[in-house]
Design a protein around this ligand. Sequence first.
Ligand code: CP
Length: 325
Amino acid sequence: MNKVGRRTRGYGEPMESDLITMADLTNEEILSLLDDAEELLPVAHGERYLPLLQGKLLANMFFEPSTRTRMSFETAMKRLGGDVVNLGDVKSSSAVKGETLYDTMRMVDGYCDIAALRHPRQGAAQYAADACEIPIMNGGDGAGQHPTQTLLDLFTIRQAHGRLDGLNVALVGDLRYGRTVHSLSHALARFNSSLVFISPEQLRMPSEIVSDLTAMGAKIEETSDLYGSITDVDVIYMTRIQKERFPDEDEYSKVAGIYKLTAPDLSGAKSEMIVMHPLPRVSEISPDVDSTRHARYFEQAFNGVVARMALMCRLLGVDVPRGDA
Ligand code: CP
């Protein structure tokens, strides 16, 4: 479908009118979105009223469970003066009567100005984008990508380290099914960070992703040893084992609880090293890590509000004022 209204910022190439994967954003666009997100922190904290999206309506289309992504999209839109309609419980939607995703999204296209979609099927976000003229933001498609999570992850990393390039980042846990690490590894490779993929053998990063990253020139190490890497890295990004994506419960039970980071494990870590997690956590990070200087996962979740504010402004063609403007 030939989308209308490719939006420009006036200082760069036109941005894609959807965010489906990180490939839809140039590095310059990513950095510019992070700058906008920074400007929007007082708005997200409720310290400044800035109704940039007044009159705009967001459709929250979540066909899979979510707390953070759904609520932070809603918070972001409402803090910017807009409003939100939710699909609600999938079981009480017409999906249970057999309505296709295509038909559902064609309806939403008429109701709202922009939509966030989470769906269990990889590729669903692109499918929805092809059905709609309004901008579609991928809020996680199966084991595919989760690019709005990546924006908030990058924001959190830049907040802590002041840069995205030249860092040593460990991605830990379910690298096979974990969509957050698929998106994040792609972005970090583009900013020349080194990547350590730490997983059990069954949950290694898919070989096609490793090949793509290697072709991009990424420096990658693969191991199953978390504890031997802690002293060397700037970021430890823990992930949950994605139980819901395993075809077989027995296979899940072999790897459930395989990594558990505790406060004593961090005793040799660099002082500025941060521990991140997209959440929800199950048992990957012990609660005793929460009170260490390294824990960053709750701030990370908060940053979802500013990252999604910045993205919605960009996709709706609204400039975020810089400085005190
Ligand atoms: N990080 C994340 O996607 O969390 P939710 O599943 O709660 O949205």
